[in-house]
Design a protein around this ligand. Structure first.
Ligand code: SF4
Length: 339
């Protein structure tokens, strides 16, 4: 990708492996589950960067590792130029003000025994805002911004609908005035009609406060609607990164092509050929050699079975990790320079 000026977050070769223990005493690492395996991307200030892929591709683990809710196995996470993978717990706690997360299931992520007011206020206490009046003022402000009334703040989470609960989750994330919000499947648990309300709210808040989002989702339609740039993950790796239009109009990676072929065509008379992927996603504890997509790829070549392709820029803001684009001719065709 070409160098850009306003990079807010730069993730470089991020890995998160989970050990599988075994042996006589159960303390020997027998294998590693490579949930995130060398992911690199940048997120610009004020944009919405989508991470998309099937369930189990490592997208949620990547989100949690960026926030260091999970410790990275390897790699760097630069936020405003500072490598947060190297921060000690105190420094990290302070930085959490700037990076917040919104979870998929608003019910599971909200303490059912706490009133909504206390749920929203809690991060301020954790970040050391000692003035009670100031906290109250801020809670009311944020509740209003997400469309909750003052009266609703005295209720408990179970008294709210799914969409309203997600508003509470967003208010809680917003209260510390973060710069970056990692939204992990924030609308997947909601009805379609409610999804658009929550997405519109997130977009309004983005405009008002200059927020940057990492939007993690398996839903390609929602990602298309909401994101500016998108990274496609497969088995712990980023296989394609592109501007939304470039990706949806001309996907380059065979996996992205197959995923997108399942989307309905915007024009009813334009039929699309749906590409059915063969087999299942392999286990991340035993990923295939070379290109990990090769057992399922209809374009697989000999080199794909042994050599891992690197992510290479093919055209403006469009990078792909696939040996199909290794030859200068293919590159030129994909870049639109040759027919
Ligand atoms: Fe298919 Fe080979 Fe490209 Fe992998 S590198 S996606 S196997 S063509």
């Amino acid at each position: 990708m070409k160098e850009r000026e306003n990079v807010l977050l730069k993730v470089d070769n991020l890995k998160k492996y989970f050990p599988i223990k075994g042996g006589v005493f159960g303390n020997k690492t027998m294998k590693q589950v490579k949930a995130v395996d060398g992911v690199s991307f940048e997120v610009m200030e004020g944009e919405t960067f989508g991470i998309v892929g099937e369930s189990g591709c490592g997208k949620s683990t990547a989100g949690r590792t960026i926030l260091r809710l999970l410790e990275p196995t390897e790699g760097s996470i630069y936020f405003q130029g500072k490598n947060i993978a190297e921060l000690n717990p105190n420094e990290m706690r302070r930085l959490r003000k700037d990076i917040q997360i919104v979870f998929q299931d608003p019910f599971a992520s909200l303490n059912p025994r706490m009133k909504v007011r206390d749920i929203i206020e809690e991060p301020l206490i954790n970040f050391g805002v000692s003035d009670r009046r100031e906290r109250e003022k801020r809670v009311l402000e944020v509740a209003d911004q997400v469309g909750l009334t003052a009266a609703q703040l005295s209720r408990f989470p179970h008294e709210f609908s799914g969409g309203q609960r997600q508003r509470i989750g967003i208010a809680r994330a917003l209260i510390s005035k973060p710069k970056l919000i990692i939204a992990d499947e924030p609308v997947s648990a909601l009805d379609v009609s409610i999804q658009s309300q929550v997405l519109n709210l997130m977009r309004d808040l983005q405009k008002e406060f200059g927020l940057t989002y990492i939007f993690i989702s398996h839903d390609l339609s929602v990602v298309k609607h909401f994101c500016d740039r998108i990274g496609v993950m497969y088995l712990g790796k980023m296989v394609e990164i592109a501007d939304k239009n470039s990706l949806y109009d001309e996907p380059l990676h065979p996996y992205a092509e197959a995923l997108l072929s399942a989307l309905p065509s915007p024009h009813p008379l334009q039929m699309k050929n749906r590409i059915i992927l063969k087999g299942d996603v392999p286990s991340p504890s035993n990923p295939p050699s070379g290109c990990t997509f090769h057992p399922r790829c209809s374009s697989c070549m000999d080199i794909c079975k042994t050599e891992r392709p690197s992510l290479q820029v093919i055209r403006d803001n469009h990078a792909v990790s696939c040996h199909l684009y290794d030859s200068p001719e293919k590159l030129a065709v994909a870049a639109g320079e040759l027919k």
